[in-house]
Design a protein. Sequence first.
Length: 265
Amino acid sequence: MKVLIGLTYYFPNISGVSLYAVILAEELAKRNYKVKVICAKSTPDPSFDKRRGVNIFRVNGFSLGKGFIMPMYWLKSFFLVKETDTVNCHLPSIESFWLALWAKVFRKKLITTHHCEFGFDGPLSNKLIALVSYPIHLFTYLMADRIVAYTEDYAQHSMFLKLFKNKAVFILPPIKISPSTLPDKPDSEALKKEGENKVVGFVGRIAWEKGLDVLIEAMKQVDAKLILVGPYKNVAGDVTYKKLKDVELVGPIEHEKLNKYYKIF
């Protein structure tokens, strides 16, 4: 079977959505599916790449806040959808409109994966993206044959998912568990300062919508050391890390190595 996976940011971008798609795409490729990915191209990523059996097609464009505008996406997606069997569209993504449209034109099965929804808070660029994305996402869900959501509880509180209960299936995000072949560092003694006995960790993309300023203030109240693990310098449309104080920024860590940090927290 030929599968086309569509999302805004893919490898080497690091986020929950992109890692979900990477694991899914590579596992499908291992099982002899013909997998292609269409996503945004950022410098210096190549327009075409092949990684672990997955063909990656990146489309040129420009950033708008956390979003990425790709003027020629409609044409590239036209040909990719035409030659596939199943389209898997990861939302939120403004480009999902084209994937949903071409999937119906060519009578391809359309499966959408719901990760989250844009809110109207944050900077102006985020508000504009949310305003444009809502009718697009509604159209995509209407066209979908199946909608994959994480949990039923989350779906009950989603403005989109609760409208399409008959299409929803609930599947937890894929994870990879590998035997530990890691070096001894970092360990709890290396990361704790002398006299500290409480360490709290956050693992994820360092961005304004995560509410990290509230977390930092909370840690001060309980006199705990806070360690943030995740990308922060190259997060699309976000420089939140420059405003954070009294916190340790570790940077991105390969998911296979996260168990060392989980033992510390």
